[in-house]
Design a protein around this ligand. Structure first.
Ligand SMILES: *Cc1c(COP(=O)(O)O)cnc(C)c1O
Length: 390
């Protein structure tokens, strides 16, 4: 049995059932602290908190079951779990830069990553250059002697722009620059950035890993020494780890991750096929659709894609897009994605109504997340919402 066999990872790895009554589901070790009999034992564990149970701001046995599974899924040496994806971004970025350093980031990364680059880090003397990540030359041109970090997100979650992860990793290695990739869209099941040479991989576990829209969490994986440094600095200092209960919810989410993604993949294809025939749909963006501008690259580095689709609606006025979204009776209008429930998010929600420009394709984008419902249920809901537009 390979340590990396998916069924083994999700059902057994890290679980020591003989220690807890052979219970199939692991216990939630709901404790803040752990007791010691000997001072010399305290001496030993204080030398490195990243290897002992002392206090649940750091490690906890329920959490460790999850860490082992998530590290194995990414083929990584080690893993840290945070109380949000944003926390994982913050800790991994901050741990790798100091005053005077420079970061190269893909343009329009996840909004709160951009906030760190634009608002927080400049106060500490760290500058960021954004690049259109679709061309490797852009990265080559942006790198400075002070560049310490390249921040990637492939695909992103609006227009699904990709970066060639192997090419960027190779360039970064040659220049001694650390790479981080946000892999939330794909999860380790559909993309393996570490295998392509990326140093650290993060994902919002709020999305597919949790999968039920009931927990906010983030995952970071990479080399043991990198995880240890972040644990002993940012994670312990900010106290942004995860609670035992939320770790347990993520273990539960992992059990069904492959079946959920399989189901969502099927439904996504049915929904895309139907959307193609809709007169109100001008364009469909989806990385594994042959019409996608980076389709070849997507096929090369991703083994799957599902759930998130962006449609560009044919509309003269913002009101028409508003009518479509507000007419949906079952598909909810909400941020986030990756749960059981289908969602829409219109791009125009982040644009001042007076600034709406029908000539700008981006303003007419509506992101659709396909959840676990029946395809026919979603299609019928969109059909009546399209009808309401005219
Ligand atoms: C949601 C999301 C995040 C942030 O994760 P949280 O768990 O919400 O903090 C980061 N990156 C991407 C691509 C996301 O979709």
């Amino acid at each position: 049995m390979s340590t990396y066999d998916l069924s083994y990872i999700l059902n057994e790895l890290g679980e020591e059932r003989e220690h807890y009554f052979n219970a199939v589901a692991p216990p939630i070790i709901q404790t803040s602290n752990f007791a010691f009999k000997k001072v010399e034992d305290l001496h030993r564990v204080f030398e490195n908190e990243f290897g002992a149970y002392i206090y649940s701001r750091g490690l906890n046995p329920t959490l460790d079951i999850l860490r082992k599974k998530l590290a194995a899924l990414d083929r990584a040496e080690d893993c840290l779990v945070f109380n949000s994806g944003a926390s994982a971004i913050y800790a991994s970025v901050v741990s790798n830069v100091q005053s005077g350093d420079h970061i190269v980031s893909v343009k329009k990364p996840y909004s709160w990553a951009q906030k760190i680059f634009d608002q927080t880090l400049p106060r500490f003397g760290v500058a960021t250059t954004y690049v259109d990540g679709t061309r490797i030359e852009e990265f080559e041109r942006a790198i400075l002697p002070t560049t310490k970090l390249i921040y990637l997100e492939s695909p992103n979650t609006w227009d699904f722009a990709l970066q060639d992860l192997r090419a960027v990793a190779e360039l970064a290695r040659a220049e001694g620059i650390t790479t981080i990739c946000d892999n939330s869209y794909c999860t380790p099941l559909h993309q393996q950035p570490i295998g392509m040479g990326i140093d650290m991989v993060l994902q919002s576990a709020t999305k597919y890993i949790g999968g039920h829209s009931d927990v906010v969490a983030g995952v970071l994986t990479g080399r043991h020494d990198m995880m240890e440094k972040i644990f002993n600095n940012e994670l312990m200092a900010m106290g942004n780890g995860i609670s035992p209960f939320n770790a347990w919810l993520l273990i539960r989410g992992l059990r069904t991750l492959p079946s959920r993604l399989e189901r969502i993949t099927k439904t996504t294809h049915t929904v895309i096929e139907w959307l193609r025939s809709q007169s109100r749909v001008e364009r469909i963006l989806f990385p594994l659709d042959p019409s996608f501008p980076q389709y070849e690259l997507a096929r090369r580095q991703m083994s799957g894609a599902c759930g998130l689709i962006t449609i560009v609606l044919r509309a003269e006025k913002m009101e028409e897009i508003v009518t479509f979204c507000e007419s949906l009776r079952h598909i909810l209008m909400a941020v986030s994605w990756g749960g059981h429930e289908s969602l829409v998010m219109p791009r125009c929600a982040s644009i001042q109504p007076s600034a709406f420009d029908a000539g700008n394709e981006e303003h007419r984008m509506v992101r659709l997340y396909v959840g676990l419902e029946e395809a026919a249920y979603l299609v019928a809901d969109m059909e009546q919402a399209f009808a309401a537009m005219s």
